[in-house]
Design a binder for this molecule. Sequence first.
Ligand SMILES: NC(=O)C1=CN([C@@H]2O[C@H](COP(=O)(O)OP(=O)(O)OC[C@H]3O[C@@H](n4cnc5c(N)ncnc54)[C@H](O)[C@@H]3O)[C@@H](O)[C@H]2O)[C@@H](O)CC1
Ligand SMILES: Nc1ncnc2c1ncn2[C@@H]1O[C@H](COP(=O)(O)OP(=O)(O)O)[C@@H](O)[C@H]1O
Ligand SMILES: [K+]
Length: 495
Amino acid sequence: MTAPELVLTSSEMRQADRATIENGIPGIELMRRAGRAVADSAEKLAAPGDRIIVAAGPGQNGGDGFIAAALLFDRGYQVSLGLLGTPDRLAGDAAEAAKGWYGKVERVEDLSFHGADLIIDALFGTGLARDLEGAARLAVERMNASGRPILAVDLPSGIDGDSGAVRGVAVKATRTVTFAVRKPCHLLMPGRAYCGPVEVADIGIGGDTLEAKGGTLFANHATLWTHALPRPGLSSHKYERGHTLVASGGATRTGAARLAARAALRIGSGLVTVASPPEALGVNAAHLTAIMLRGCDGPEGLNTMLQDQRFNSLVLGPALGIHAGTRAMVAVAVHARRSLVLDADALTSFEGLATELHGAFRHAPSVLTPHDGEFNRLFKGHPDLVDPASKIERVRRAAAYTGAVVVLKGADTVIAAPDGRAAINENGTPYLATAGSGDTLCGLIAGLMAQGVPAFEAACAGVWIHAEAGASFGPGLIAEDLAELVPGVLRDLLR
Ligand SMILES: NC(=O)C1=CN([C@@H]2O[C@H](COP(=O)(O)OP(=O)(O)OC[C@H]3O[C@@H](n4cnc5c(N)ncnc54)[C@H](O)[C@@H]3O)[C@@H](O)[C@H]2O)[C@@H](O)CC1
Ligand SMILES: Nc1ncnc2c1ncn2[C@@H]1O[C@H](COP(=O)(O)OP(=O)(O)O)[C@@H](O)[C@H]1O
Ligand SMILES: [K+]
């Protein structure tokens, strides 16, 4: 089976580079391999003899640019190179690399990018330390304004490697070539949108080294969780496939729960029941067939229902109402120690009260699925959770704080577990931004947990399957479609 795709932060990557060097591959050799990968990638974007302009920065990213420039010159391209700063400031491997470039070293300020068939952006990589200003900023703005194709070395200059944020201004790359593994900025927004297609070049940093220095952050693909997906045995019966309970809102707010319930059933939960306030039983009954329905009056009603141990997975939140009653239902669910997915109103009801959730979810598999607004409301007053620039860091901290797996939704949904594992999702589509889409996601995750899938794997799989379903439909997608698309996605996964 293919291993999960590791993603390394800038500091983890530096450690992996260092370990590789200590194990006997000199830094300059790594840089030569990186530069060769850049040259090879450039050739895919250029025609023989084309004019290629390399913008090199003051660090090792610039060093990669010098190597690529020399190789491309040898391969018959017309190459010019402009440096940000002066050659005497180059240090380490970059200084060594610069010695192999026999052409003129221009000032990056003097380059005219309009004449280029291809620009190679080797200004900054993982060492970017502050916002771009002055000559660096101007160079990036001029590269972007030229309208010429740009190949970014490691990552588009101006993008923060760990957070994917734009530091003042950033190169809009046509394509990016990175080394060994992808970095968070290749998957997180807005960075991802600046990269173009990302090519990962092997420069000889071993899998063991990458695993040892990273090992907790992944791209969210099937390789991460497919082993955990439920596969019913020949003699399975429905009670072995779990029983998901979804709490419904009042008479005019019932659709969200039914969307979640339907998704739980489609993902394979053996039974699904909607727990409905008495006044909403009629409207729920009018719309449910395979899904069962039970009257459930608030926290006491839920407590009574949960005496039945067969309800092993719960969804609370969609359209449940923002009030103390919802908080009390969450308390009942937590006390009952069932697999639990909390979304929407169940999260917003704790606005400013996050301390009540501190460590609350340690004792049972639990998943919180906020979008940015819900996350910021929930953890208001906790700058350590809300302020970090990196989405990965925010989600990891929230998971550690609550003891739950946290899914921070968006175009770049990040899933993190209290033990530090995290995954970035990338197969979504903007068409998923439609009313009720999040409710469906809750049902998918709860339905997987009902079948015994651990919380982190259930959350990662749920997010991916949800996104895959949405992407397979595309324009015109409405939340009702999502659950119906799940069987097709599952069929491919379980093949
Ligand atoms: N041996 C290694 O570690 C390898 C490193 N490689 C390359 O090395 C890169 C990392 O190199 P570095 O750590 O030197 O970092 P960078 O080359 O990304 O940038 C660091 C340099 O830019 C300056 N700088 C940072 N932010 C600035 C700003 N906003 N305005 C102006 N100057 C700024 C710093 O003072 C420093 O001189 C990677 O992205 C990759 O391209 C590759 O050659 C593979 C091997
Ligand atoms: N631009 C986007 N690209 C990919 N996925 C998106 C995008 N915008 C929203 N989504 C996904 O759509 C879902 C919306 O959920 P949510 O905001 O809770 O909506 P609702 O409350 O209407 O159900 C989430 O899974 C989110 O990750
Ligand atoms: K770059």
